[in-house]
Design a protein around this ligand. Structure first.
Ligand SMILES: C[S@@+](CC[C@H](N)C(=O)[O-])C[C@H]1O[C@@H](n2cnc3c(N)ncnc32)[C@H](O)[C@@H]1O
Length: 242
């Protein structure tokens, strides 16, 4: 899956993102104030990825065609549905695609709304939902020998959780794989990103600011945003941490 994000590829991606019109049904759901629980109750949608960035993640998945995907934070399942729909566009017969989603509160706080949405849209293929905290679930996946091509992190947005989620998911990410972190404008994530930029040498930040119009829009975008890293090598810091 390892694609080199040169200027041409970034430009191609930005154009596809700006022109995106491939998910009208999902767009409507993402913009609706509620979604349905597994028992048919209306659950408020107050925490999902923004529509603009749900489309961003959709286009990224479509472009990179990852086979193994890991997602942290499901809530009402908006990002999960966009990822699952993008996966559909390149699913090959006989290929064991997987999409592991971690959220300890899916059945409790979210009353199964994310799971129900994927079922309603018939997007459950290859999806496994782990109802554990990411700090418990990801090490278990590592111990099982799982490896992923694409990780979307949208769980607990505190700085300690964000850094831990990146540290842990990097350990189960193939070289060339992608970690996309949602809500880069949230305080905790905003604090974590410069740290990652400076100290995680094995993760290269992919900046999508090749188009002036995009750069301008993002400069003044105080709402949600996604930060993208590509793994360029293993984390080789030794005993002294250097
Ligand atoms: C912003 S919401 C996710 C929104 C979802 N990605 C979407 O677009 O619909 C954050 C989610 O993280 C989950 N969460 C909170 N703490 C977590 C943890 N420690 N591990 C994994 N998920 C967690 C919450 O239950 C919540 O569903």
């Amino acid at each position: 899956m390892s694609l080199l994000f040169d200027d041409i590829l970034k430009r191609e991606f930005l154009v596809a993102w700006q022109r995106h019109d491939e998910t009208p049904e999902l767009d409507r759901i993402a913009e609706s104030p509620t979604t349905l629980s597994k028992d048919g109750y209306e659950i408020p949608q107050n925490a999902q990825v923004s529509l603009r960035y749900a489309r961003f993640v959709y286009q990224l998945v479509k472009l990179l065609q990852p086979v193994q995907i890991l997602e942290i934070g499901m809530a009402n399942g908006i990002s999960s549905a966009f990822i699952a729909k993008a996966r559909r566009s390149y699913a090959r017969r006989g290929e064991a695609q997987s999409h592991v989603i971690i959220d300890p509160f899916q059945s409790t706080e979210w009353k199964g709304a994310g799971r129900a949405l994927l079922r309603r849209l018939n997007l459950e293929f290859g999806v496994e939902i782990l109802e554990e905290c990411s700090c418990v679930a990801v090490p278990l996946l590592e111990r099982k020998g799982c490896l992923f091509d694409f990780v979307f992190i949208d769980g607990n947005h505190c700085m300690d959780y964000t850094l831990t989620d990146v540290l842990m998911t990097d350990r189960v990410l193939r070289i060339g794989g992608i970690i996309a972190v949602d809500d880069s404008t949230d305080f905790g994530v905003k604090m974590a990103v410069p740290y990652l930029d400076k100290y995680r040498g094995n993760l290269t930040r992919i900046r999508f600011d090749g188009l002036f119009s995009h750069w301008l829009r993002e400069r003044f975008n105080k709402r949600r945003r996604v930060t993208v890293y590509q793994k360029n090598s293993m984390d080789q810091r030794g005993a002294d941490g250097i």
